[in-house]
Design a protein around this ligand. Sequence first.
Ligand code: FAD
Length: 417
Amino acid sequence: MPLPSSVDVAIIGAGAAGLGAAHALAGSGLSVIVLEARNRLGGRAWTVQASPEVTFDVGCGWLHSADKNSFVTIATQLGFELNKDLPPWRERAYGNAFPQELRDDFMRAMDAFYERLWQAARTGKDEPASRSLEPGNRWNPMIDAVSTYINGCELKDMSTLDWDAYEDTNLNWRVRRGYGALIAAYGAPCPVALDCKVTLIDHSGKRIRVETSQGSLVADKVIVTAPTNLIADETIRFSPPLPSKVDAAAGLPLGVDDKVTLALEGAEAFPREGNLRGATMRTEMGTYHIRPFGQPCIEGFFGGSFARALEDAGEGAIAAHAISEIAGFLGNDIRRKLKPLYESRWAHDPFARGSYSHALPGHAGDRAVLAVPLDGRLFFAGEATSPELFTTAHGARDSGERAAREVLATIGRQPSH
Ligand SMILES: Cc1cc2nc3c(=O)[nH]c(=O)nc-3n(C[C@H](O)[C@H](O)[C@H](O)COP(=O)(O)OP(=O)(O)OC[C@H]3O[C@@H](n4cnc5c(N)ncnc54)[C@H](O)[C@@H]3O)c2cc1C
């Protein structure tokens, strides 16, 4: 929709958080506009049709904590079919790349690491999570690889208290048509101006002036949901400056996680929902999901500095690496059966600059600092502001709803639904 010149509430970003805020303000009588830099809804939630047979979530795919996830009810309301199959990382690994005895040994090392991390968090000291590794343990590199998948960063860059604060009920569901497609459908009724990049939030005057690539508008309240890296880099500037917000955002950088999907010829010979990874003694490794939803493809997942390095190597590097690694596990014959379909490059995405936020050691408290409203006029949402559901799409959505409630409270109102 076109840019209005004046609104009650401007929401920056049409990801899960911004759309959650817009929904919570619908019916309030307030005029609202969501300003979105991209030409689509969803932000880091994005489903593409990678081939006629393969639907691919480039960003979020799993409805974590499904028994508490607000998108489960939304999916049901919007007629999106949910898939409740167990995630592949719980299954026995396919092939001989990671035999059961080694896998059991690794799981024991992983559990012992979690126990030490939990104990370390009880001390209240916010140390790097790498301090909870057992010195010399052979599984340390692979435990670090798991951190890159979960946190987007290696353990040395991960706050112990932040990791401990994350809440998950370990029930993970999926949406057959794609999590990104669900979030886009959820946002469809919201008033959004697309291709509208915000550059400045001037809160020096009586009303707030928002400068965008389509001109400027004034608003009484602004909800900022842009990813932390863009706030920390001051891609979106505040005037007067807000050093406390910029510093908090810098303490919560987005790590890197990337996904690739490869078409798999002769897919029937491979298990549905299989897991493939190698018991390699290094952190630079992918983890693979064979035939998600039974589709003829293999999905790869990479994290941390390795994902960043693959992105830096240029387009196609993730797919090329994935094919080589899979050939190392299953033999060279598989090469001719695999064809790159789609790969993400989230660190290079100008409106994300990474995948999801983690607190640096010593910065677990920054989530609360970023979330706090200013002056009854500036409000902050987005996954990074969630106290315990950070990194997730449902945590982002709920944070938007929380910011909308804060807006309504300043004018003595309750959400209408
Ligand atoms: C590879 C990957 C896998 C993931 N897997 C999962 C998963 O399985 N489960 C899960 O729950 N979560 C997962 N996530 C995380 C989840 O996608 C995010 O936490 C969530 O989508 C973030 O929502 P948000 O609204 O906070 O931010 P965003 O979705 O980033 O929304 C912010 C919006 O602001 C816009 N914007 C940025 N700058 C400007 C500007 N200057 N002006 C206007 N608009 C701007 C952006 O374009 C974007 O649309 C994954 C993410 C990635 C990248």
